[in-house]
Design a protein around this ligand. Sequence first.
Ligand code: NAD
Length: 368
Amino acid sequence: MKNYKVAVLAGDGIGPEITKEALKVLKVVEERNNVTFELLPALFGACAYFETGDAFPQQTKDICDSADAILKGPIGLSHEESKNIPIDKQPERGALLPLRRRYNTYANFRPVSLPKELAHFSPLKAEIIGEGIDFIIVRELVGGLYFGKKETGVDDKGQRYVREVLEYDEGQIRQILVQAFKLATARKKVLHNIHKSNVLKSSVLWNEILEEVAVDYPDVEVINMLVDAAATYLCLKPTQFDVMVMENMFGDILSDQGGGILGSLGLMPSACIGDEKAYYEPSHGSAPDIAGKNMANPYSMIGSVAMMLENSFDMADEAKNVWAAMQGVFADGFSTADLSKPGAGVNMISTQEFGDKVVEKLKNMPTV
Ligand code: NAD
């Protein structure tokens, strides 16, 4: 019997609601397999700030340090509520970026996937979706503008100014590109390199390193694409993509666009992988507009569990079952509120009902 420790950071807004459903699924995984998960709940985000004065308290750090993997719900407050927390202690600056830095989780994998059968969820026309959308955004997660030095002040003309530094060294670039090439090798052997080398020197260096890394992966075809063009092609021809690699901020923005072409950010799980530690979280935020209403889509959080099973616990087959169970619920004609279009005739279910139906499906699936 294997025993894993999982730190559970339920987070803010819809975080606790969707985490509850994800843990129901994890419980079934435990029952079906020769494994136990010791859950270690901890405060993280705005809830932690209001309780302890720190969005990433020492106790949470200790729990995460001791865990085999971290399952994290979204954090953050609405624009207005954020003003109740000092800028540097706000959830992203005070918790999320420090979490990523602490464990050097430099590789963020964000699957953007919609089978043909679920094409009706997408705002794109069926002919654009064709046989289905299925690509992965590989986002560099601990460098670039988000982690550079920041300075604000008043200049000698009395004007307020801000300076934020975009920094990468070649080691940081190489390590994420190696991950992307490995993934492309295991999939369709096509890698879209998303950059902005016509303007940014950081992209020029990025592309230089890419050419060096590419030598070790001669089977992978590299397609270079400017980030602005990529934004267009995600809408016009998303099926051309299989693995896309990009720096931190490009990945933040384009992966939300990925959620848009699927029909909802609620369909976007992710894995954040470092050499020593990994954590798993939905790509989206805490959705304050729907928090507490039992209407959030837990697919992103349950999908993050599936990614944890595969990446941290070597349970790829059970991860596939979890994906199949979730897609099976949709295929049965049910839909969460975010995916329900007026007049589409779908049977709308709550956060909790979606979790219950996934659990039922998973229980009925054969184990290996
Ligand atoms: P958001 O991602 O929370 O929400 C954008 C839209 O998507 C909203 O309409 C929301 O209702 C919808 N949505 C998101 N997830 C959903 C789900 N699972 N089911 C159904 N609908 C869903 O973005 P925002 O409103 O701009 O940000 C809210 C807060 O989240 C901010 O404080 C932001 O800083 C934070 N944030 C946190 C993370 C993170 O924890 N990794 C990521 C992004 C944003």
